[in-house]
Design a binder for this molecule. Structure first.
Ligand code: NDP
Length: 450
């Protein structure tokens, strides 16, 4: 599809020429540029500032070798990345992902999205993202520790509490953050809030672990009440993934009196018509680091099916894709719509393909895009940074209250922008424009040579 604005078409052409073979990054850029059509039309002056041309190019992109020794004494080599995309609003902020599919395109797409997401939170954070193609699956604790230490040995040269503050993402949880924090402290002789998602004994924030999943449900609650005058109560919910985001989205969905009937991992999905028993899931995934298929062996009446995509064939009112990018395509969207879905919110980053998003919007399904719906994680990371700076901790309830306020604010500003720019209720456009406007204003104020 081509752009209406020849200027935006030119920006996109130049990004695709410069970033060949990077489909995820181009997909993310295209979606944002499409949303900016009404902005450029209304305010052509924005073109002269060059702010859009600048925003699509990372301020800095770091790639490095991570070598480490496994338990058998063999030397392994992985690739590490950090995209420091935009620092107009504050220090770069965004997670690190450890997964074999990680490459420059994935890190750039995630870093680019992070700019607008962080802007939407209203907290002072720029956008960045990092990670490695290291696969934590099947590795011993000692191997994980040695990898994290090696990764941080290089990364430490590029980050700092006022420069760039990484966090977790797929494959990076409290254990990995702990090992990286320890290594940073050894290297820099500094106990500082350089990472978020830390353990509670050394500067972590209460409610950080729960924040992304809880936040996705808080955002969905706003969509349901403000746009459809309904609630979670009595609804059937399907959630993909069974990691950090999925588990805590499920917990909040149950607290909101809906019934979560399915979860998945990269190999398959479970269906439990009685409602998933989350204690069993937490034992399998958080304690044993096992497969979701285990659930069906332990809970009567639950069924496991190979292949994660089939999860979208389960009839539900609310679908929360919380696993990974492009996990729900146009056909899956059609199936969900046929089965009566009324709301979809992205707990994962870019889990719905562009044709899936189009299907949902055309069918009038409420759709919460990732940069708005899953911003609760980074928002609470921002709150962790504030607590670290103050050398103080808020209670779980205090953090959760602030999180709820932030998620409502994100919904309100996205919804308002969708109306202001003539796309009433299109939260994809609304979130992109609301996030963009603030970053653009800060970049213009700071001049071209930063
Ligand atoms: P985790 O590593 O905790 O969990 C990821 C889950 O997704 C696992 O259950 C994994 O299964 C599953 N999965 C991976 N690939 C696929 C696939 N192709 N199909 C189905 N399931 C798959 O990661 P998080 O929960 O932290 O992150 C999930 C998503 O949420 C990511 O897109 C991340 O970027 C996003 N996100 C995370 C935030 C956070 O605070 N953690 C904040 C904002 C966004 P398996 O074990 O088999 O690999």
């Amino acid at each position: 599809m081509s752009f209406k604005s020849s200027y935006l078409q030119g920006v996109y052409n130049s990004v695709s020429a410069r970033n060949q073979g990077e489909p995820e990054f181009l997909q993310a850029v295209r979606e944002v540029l499409e949303s900016l059509e009404p902005v450029v039309e209304r305010d052509p002056h924005i073109i002269d500032t060059g702010v859009i041309d600048r925003m699509v190019e990372p301020e800095r992109f770091i790639q490095f070798r991570v070598s480490w020794v496994d338990d058998k004494g063999k030397v392994n080599v992985n690739r590490g990345f950090r995209a420091q995309f935009n620092s107009a609003l504050g220090p770069y902020k965004g997670g690190c992902r450890f997964h074999p599919t990680v490459n420059g395109s994935v890190i750039k797409f995630l870093g680019f999205e992070q700019i607008f997401k962080n802007s939407l939170t209203t907290l002072p954070m720029g956008g960045g993202k990092g990670g490695s193609d290291f696969d934590p699956k099947g590795k011993s604790d000692n191997e994980i520790m040695r990898f994290c230490q090696s990764f941080m040995t290089e990364l430490s040269k590029h980050i700092g509490p006022n420069t760039d503050v990484p966090a977790g993402d797929i494959g990076v949880g409290a254990r990995e953050i702990g090992y990286m924090f320890g290594q940073y402290k050894r290297l820099c002789n500094e106990f500082t809030g350089v990472l978020t998602g830390k353990g509670l004994t050394y500067g972590g924030s209460l409610a950080r672990k729960e924040a992304t999943g809880f936040g996705t449900c808080y955002f969905t609650r706003e969509m349901l009440t403000q746009m459809k005058n309904t609630s979670f109560e009595g609804k059937t919910v399907v959630i993909s993934g069974s990691g950090n985001v999925a588990i805590y989205a499920a917990q909040k969905a149950f607290e909101f009196k809906s019934k979560v009937v399915a979860l998945s991992d990269s190999q398959g999905y479970i269906y439990d018509k009685n409602g998933i028993d989350l204690d069993v899931v937490k034992q399998i995934k958080e304690v044993e680091r096992g497969r979701i298929s285990e659930y069906a062996k332990r809970v009567d009446g639950a069924v496991y099916t190979e292949g994660c995509r089939g999860i979208w064939s389960i009839p539900c009112d609310i679908a929360l894709p919380c696993a990974t990018q492009n996990e729900l395509d146009g056909n899956d969207a059609k199936t969900l719509i046929k089965n009566g879905v009324i709301a979809v919110a992205e707990g994962a980053n870019m889990p719905c393909t562009p044709d899936a998003v189009e299907e949902f919007l055309n069918a009038g399904v409420l759709f919460g895009p990732a940069k708005a719906a899953n911003a609760g994680g980074v928002a609470t990371s921002g709150l962790e940074m504030s607590q670290n700076s103050m050398r103080y901790s808020w209670s779980f309830e205090e953090v959760d209250q602030k999180l709820q306020g932030i998620m409502k604010g994100i919904f309100d500003s996205s919804y308002a922008a969708s109306k202001k720019y003539g796309m009433d209720g299109n939260l994809v456009v609304g979130a992109n424009i609301a996030g963009f406007n603030k970053v653009a204003e800060a970049m213009i104020a700071q001049g071209v040579a930063y």
